[in-house]
Design a protein around this ligand. Structure first.
Ligand SMILES: *Cc1c(COP(=O)(O)O)cnc(C)c1O
Length: 456
């Protein structure tokens, strides 16, 4: 172990950056269950997926055997513009908490989109371009994914059509304008540009829109236009694969200084950022080379891992995507309007769900007022104003550091700081004004929703 003082920020040099993504499925003895075609109830084929998704991404989605997948040079050059993401030793937070624990965080907010989502957006845009497509369509709720995708598309000269949940379109005009600045077209959903949108508008003219509806519109737009495909910002295994750059950089940086984390903590929405952060460490655990604790943190308002069921479900409320076996609250589950928009997803990555089911990962649900308390505490000593989603990980990292203070253990904690919170100031205002509330669904509400899971 190096006795050298660990720098505040550990940056890697260009040639230390990962050149391959790591596919953790290759090291899993029991793999995630296959995606099913809802129409046939049979495993979805590559050809079926290719009608909706880009060819190369379909290949990555279905690949369970190749442990390493080369990152194309064009993507590596783009990564170099904003990566490596710094791995920061939270000396000031440790001091404030008076903990013997050593705390590190990997900060993914150092790009204009403000989150880790750009890591996958650029890969998906690249493969769409390489396939000779004209453009891609997607949905966005809070706006982080749409922002990242619009940046990636403008880089490769691709058309980008974003269906943005109407209420966010109206309430988050700045996200919308960032997307338009990068050349994306942003349509409030439901809209009259698609059949499904027109149908919903006819029935519910005053609807605020929903993510499920926006997905349905984006899929219809992609499949009804020549040269377009649909892309998704989390949940799918291909997205988790691209996000492994986060964990691979961490691993290289920590190995360089002889640091071994005892526990790795991350927030989990669809699970791609956490999956990407833990992947190389999980690989070591799966191969029996090392042991780590992994903790997924989710909002108590949308507790898919801690209170959901492990079953096949639709990935979207619109029921147009394949069925995936995952921890889910049911695709019709309507989480209360919490301020961590990026974590309001009813299901979870199939990879993380399987790892959790095998007991290789833990999960914890936290309430949003506690999350904002942790966010404020972190911001005041570490400087960065964290995204509400990321602050879920901060909350549990602080809890664990305080436990070390009680026991006197010098544990090493690594957590993922997925992004910044500059577009979430209404949420911070609610917290600062003491107007934030916690909503936890009842067992009955969850049971009602999971009772409607598709029968397979
Ligand atoms: C989208 C988002 C998340 C959720 O990420 P998943 O990979 O879907 O779990 C977390 N933090 C921020 C800042 C996000 O934008």
């Amino acid at each position: 172990m190096s006795t050298e003082k660990i720098p505040y920020k550990i940056y890697l040099s260009e040639d230390e950056l990962p050149k391959q993504w790591y596919n953790v499925r290759a090291d899993m003895k029991k793999k995630p269950a296959p995606l099913l075609n809802p129409a046939t109830g049979r495993p979805v084929t590559a050809d079926e997926l290719k009608a909706v998704f880009c060819d190369e991404l379909v290949k990555q989605e279905l690949d369970e055997t190749n442990a390493y997948i080369g990152i194309p040079d064009e993507i590596l050059s783009f990564y170099k513009m904003y990566r490596p993401a710094p791995l920061v030793r939270a000396y000031c937070l440790e001091k404030a908490l008076e903990t013997p624990a050593k705390i590190y965080y990997k900060f993914e907010g150092n790009n204009t989109s403000g989150s880790h989502k750009l890591n996958s957006a650029i890969a998906q845009a690249y493969y769409a371009k390489k396939q000779g497509l004209k453009g891609v369509t997607t949905e966005t709720g809070a706006g982080q994914w749409g922002t990242a995708l619009s940046m990636a598309c403008s880089y490769f000269g691709l058309d980008c059509n974003v269906y943005m949940v109407k209420v966010s379109y109206e309430q988050k005009p700045f996200r919308r304008e960032v997307m338009r600045t990068y050349g994306a077209s942003v349509t409030p959903s439901p809209s009259n540009t698609t059949q499904v949108g027109r149908k919903i508008l006819e029935e519910f003219p005053d609807t605020n829109g929903s993510l499920g509806c926006a997905i349905s519109e984006a899929v219809e737009a992609a499949t009804s236009k020549e040269g377009y495909r649909y892309v998704l910002g989390s949940v799918l295994s291909q997205v988790l694969l691209h996000q492994t750059v986060i964990g691979l950089e961490c691993k290289t940086a920590m190995d360089k200084y002889g640091i071994k984390p005892d526990m790795i903590i991350g927030c989990a929405g669809g699970g791609s950022n956490l999956g990407g952060l833990i992947a190389p460490f999980m690989g070591e655990k799966l191969r029996g080379e090392a042991d780590y604790r992994f903790i997924a943190v989710e909002p108590a308002s949308c507790p898919s891992l801690t209170r959901g069921v492990y079953a096949y479900d639709f990935c979207d409320t619109g029921k147009v995507c394949p069925l995936q076996k995952m921890y889910t609250l049911g695709s019709g589950f309507m989480p209360s309007p919490s301020h961590a928009g990026g974590l309001r997803y009813h299901g979870m990555s199939a990879i993380l769900s399987e790892l959790y089911d095998q007991g290789l990962m833990e999960a914890r649900a936290v309430e949003q007022t506690q999350v904002f308390e942790a966010a404020q505490r972190f911001a005041r000593v570490e400087g960065i104003l964290p995204a509400p989603e990321s602050s879920h990980a901060i909350k549990v990292a602080i809890d664990e550091a305080l436990r070390c203070k009680e026991t006197g253990e010098e544990k090493t904690i690594l957590f993922g700081l997925t992004g910044t919170g500059y577009f979430d100031m209404y949420a911070y205002a609610a917290y600062n004004d003491g107007k934030m509330s916690d909503y936890i669904p009842t067992d009955e509400e969850i049971a009602k929703s999971t009772a409607k899971l598709p029968k397979v």
